[in-house]
Design a protein around this ligand. Sequence first.
Ligand code: ACO
Length: 323
Amino acid sequence: LSKARITAIGTYVPEAIMTNEDLERLVDTNDEWIVQRTGIKTRHIAASDEFTSNLCIRAAEKLRDTYAVSLDDVDLIIAATATPDYSFPSVSCRVQAHFGIKETGAIDLNATCAGFSYALHVANGLITSGLHKKILVVAGETMSKITDYTDRSTCILFGDGAGAVLVEYDPEQAGFESFTMGTQGSGGIHVYQSGLSTQMDQTPLAGDGRIVQNGREVFKWAVRTVSEGINTLLEQAGLELDQIDWVVPHSANLRIIESICEKADIPLSKTLQSVQEMGNTSSASIPLALQAGIDHQQLKYGDRVLIYGFGSGLTHSGLIIRW
Ligand code: ACO
């Protein structure tokens, strides 16, 4: 059914690294607790003058230079982010301005940590329908800008980063094989950033513009939802698990990935993740994990990859793609 394929990838993370020892100096925590509960060892933190659009631009530059491709004929830019520089103008418009792409649309898409997989779904749909030919998807976050560094239950989790992929028309080697998505908006209260409204469904919100999370609830929902979603994806595509080369769940927490694998009967060695070195980078975590797979000579051209994003909303989406 699909007529689209991912043809290039680039990623970027800010230079500064925050270790667990650094966090020990900020809140009452320790390396052992953080590693045991999350697997996270380090995260990259944006400089004070570095914002999501800057990270996305660097990732797209990396893509352009690595694959020696032109971005001039991109006809749509989709930026997946929950932490844009501004409410408006959008990150995608900042990306367009930087590259001076002449005839392109530009939209931001906010599906939090599921943003990258939603953006791929939209890109595949628009290309397969014949409406677009070459879409630049960027997924970037500066989670550190909205993290409360006095809250030990959340500040240990998040990091900053960005990824970019090109999705292009290619009916001969179409790369999108299966898609699923779902939403449980009633769980919105479990992980949020307060905004213009200070209450949700009559419940007053805390956080003052920072992330607030009920980690336990998100954890349970994620493990159940993603393991079921993986089975749905496989059934839809008529595939068995051993026909999948790599599983790439959103890198929220290594324990979540382990629990998903246990429930869905997936060997951990079949997963690609970015959480240990980069923390939870929300929509950027999956492209960062894919890039890590390429860098470590794991992910190769033609591999079948199952990716699965999940996050605040609560919302989730997964795809099976050919790399
Ligand atoms: N260091 C030391 N102790 C801590 C820390 C810390 N950093 N954080 C919490 N604790 C303590 C708690 O106070 C609690 O102590 P108590 O028993 O005396 O009350 C104890 O550790 C256990 O706390 P829990 O919150 O129950 O710990 P849990 O095992 O659930 O781990 C965690 C917390 C890591 C946040 C986990 O729940 C998790 O990862 N959840 C999923 C988060 C996630 O993936 N979110 C994705 C969506 S993000 C988005 O969409 C933007």
